[in-house]
Design a protein around this ligand. Structure first.
Ligand SMILES: Cc1cc2nc3c(=O)[nH]c(=O)nc-3n(C[C@H](O)[C@H](O)[C@H](O)COP(=O)(O)OP(=O)(O)OC[C@H]3O[C@@H](n4cnc5c(N)ncnc54)[C@H](O)[C@@H]3O)c2cc1C
Length: 443
């Protein structure tokens, strides 16, 4: 059915030919050689899950659990199962996702395609670490199993492979056994960038989870000031008696009811909102529920509408540790002096990269920041892209909207390796997307 789709940033809306398969055989029957793409819950910000005038298979009806081993925590589930389902169904049994991004409204297939990372990347790696194997419908219509030992090229290239190698139908992954669904946390107020990077380094040596929020409007000596939050899973012994150890919540209470007019966003409102965010972070209690700790934004449904009709982008980059402090300073200065309206953001350190050729994370500093779409934004991101590439860093395709193919090639040194896997498994480009065409991942 012809349907208008958009990414989470809603800055581009395109008509696609959308189907919702309910089984692997449906998926097989729906492959279209003119261009097919799987889509999860559409939480990628840009055009990763769009396929203009071509076929999109929304995978959310493949949402069944296939098996679970309580002794090992190994779950086999269809690829449309979401992390919110897993938190709700397995939290009360003492299991949470092993690796999770900053929203639980994502599917297993989407988590693989972007090789998502979370607040503990420096200690625990990205989604690849949690997956044993998956099954995929490939370009010929065959269903193949991929793991570290079987079709290993397809396995690794699919993490960060942006759905362009086939449709993942089910996934075998490990969950994390937890004593409680609560977090022990601490907020640290930091006055400037150097101090923030020192604090992050110190935190990462002690806590598996760490993330900083930077005041995006602070300049000069205050550039990079903000609040660092660190934490770890609370044990039963640590938890105050009043808290139910394996509690899981009922869902979001607030909804942004409609797209706010653009007038709502101006330098003054942005300044006020940023200050409110910092105050909330500073005053967070000693214990927070895993859902508030991991997914603070999920408390408000459809918060993306708050950015207005022109939508917004999130820009996320990682730059290597070596020289990273200077690069980060230069990038932040470019952002704060750009005249754009920098908003929600996250700064953290990442651990080493993995064996997946297009996986985003690499050892270094990563920064993610939202900008409502205004004139001049594309030019700003291109300037930032060039600075990131020059520094040996890269931007995150799951958030990307405007990156150009030539700069992408400079950022991802193992691109040719990935393209060779694409030629092996999908030489006729059955699997396509708007992002794939923009970045020359598909012919
Ligand atoms: C509030 C918020 C916070 C976020 N925080 C983080 C974060 O901390 N870390 C992080 O890494 N990311 C983060 N993200 C991005 C998000 O985790 C990824 O974009 C994720 O891939 C979205 O999953 P999805 O199911 O919505 O997939 P979609 O956005 O629908 O699709 C993403 C990609 O997955 C592919 N895909 C989906 N299903 C399948 C399948 N079954 N088979 C093959 N390919 C498939 C699509 O083709 C597309 O290329 C955040 C997003 C939001 C909105």
């Amino acid at each position: 059915m012809k349907t208008t789709l958009w990414g989470w940033g809603a800055q581009r809306r395109v008509e696609c030919d959308v189907f919702a398969p309910e089984s692997t055989s449906d998926v097989r029957g729906l492959l279209d050689t003119q261009g097919t793409l799987a889509r999860g819950l559409g939480r990628s910000y840009g055009d990763a899950a769009l396929n203009e005038h071509r076929r999109v298979l929304t995978m959310t009806r493949l949402d069944r659990y296939l098996s679970f081993d309580e002794t090992t925590g190994v779950l086999r589930a269809e690829a449309g199962v979401s992390l919110v389902q897993i938190v709700r169904d397995f939290g009360p049994r003492g299991f949470l996702p092993l690796i999770t991004p900053g929203t639980k409204f994502v599917t297993l297939g989407g988590c693989i395609a972007n090789d998502v990372h979370g607040k503990a990347h420096h200690a625990q790696g990205s989604f690849l670490e949690s997956v044993d194997s998956f099954r995929m419908v490939t370009a010929t219509g065959a269903t193949v199993t991929a793991s570290r030992s079987e079709n290993a090229d397809l396995f690794f290239a699919s993490f960060g492979g942006m759905g362009l190698l086939g449709v993942i139908t089910d996934v075998t992954l490990e969950l994390r056994r937890v004593e409680t669904t609560w977090f022990r946390q601490r907020a640290i107020v930091v006055k400037h960038l150097e101090a923030m990077l020192d604090a992050l380094e110190e935190a990462d040596a002690t806590f598996p989870y760490s993330v900083a929020y930077v005041d995006p409007l602070a300049t000069g000596a205050s550039l990079g000031r903000g609040v660092l939050t660190v934490g770890d899973h609370a044990t039963r012994a640590e938890l105050p008696k009043a808290k139910e150890p394996l509690h899981v919540g009922a869902g979001a209470k607030l909804v942004v009811p409609f797209e706010l007019p653009e007038l709502t966003l101006n330098p003054l409102t942005i300044r006020v909102v940023n200050q409110v965010i910092q105050a909330v972070l500073r005053n967070a209690g000693d214990f927070s529920h895993a859902e508030s700790f991991f997914y603070p934004l999920d408390a408000i449904n459809e918060w993306n509408r708050g950015y207005g009709r022109r939508g917004f982008i999130q820009y996320q980059f990682v730059v290597p540790m070596e020289g990273g402090r200077q690069t980060l300073r230069a990038l932040l200065e470019t952002i704060v002096s750009s005249g754009q309206l920098p908003f929600l953001n996250i700064l953290k350190r990442m651990g080493p990269s993995n064996a997946a050729p297009l996986s985003f994370p690499m050892k270094g500093y990563t920064f993610a920041i939202d900008f409502p779409v205004r004139d001049g934004l594309v030019e700003l991101t291109h300037r930032l892209d060039a600075m990131v590439a020059d520094a040996g860093g890269r931007t995150y395709l799951g958030k990307d909207s405007y990156l150009e193919a030539a700069t992408f090639r400079r950022m991802y040194a193992r691109l040719d390796e990935w393209l060779a896997v694409k030629r092996t498994w999908d030489p006729a480009n059955v699997f396509t997307s708007d992002l794939g065409r923009r970045l020359a991942l598909v012919g």
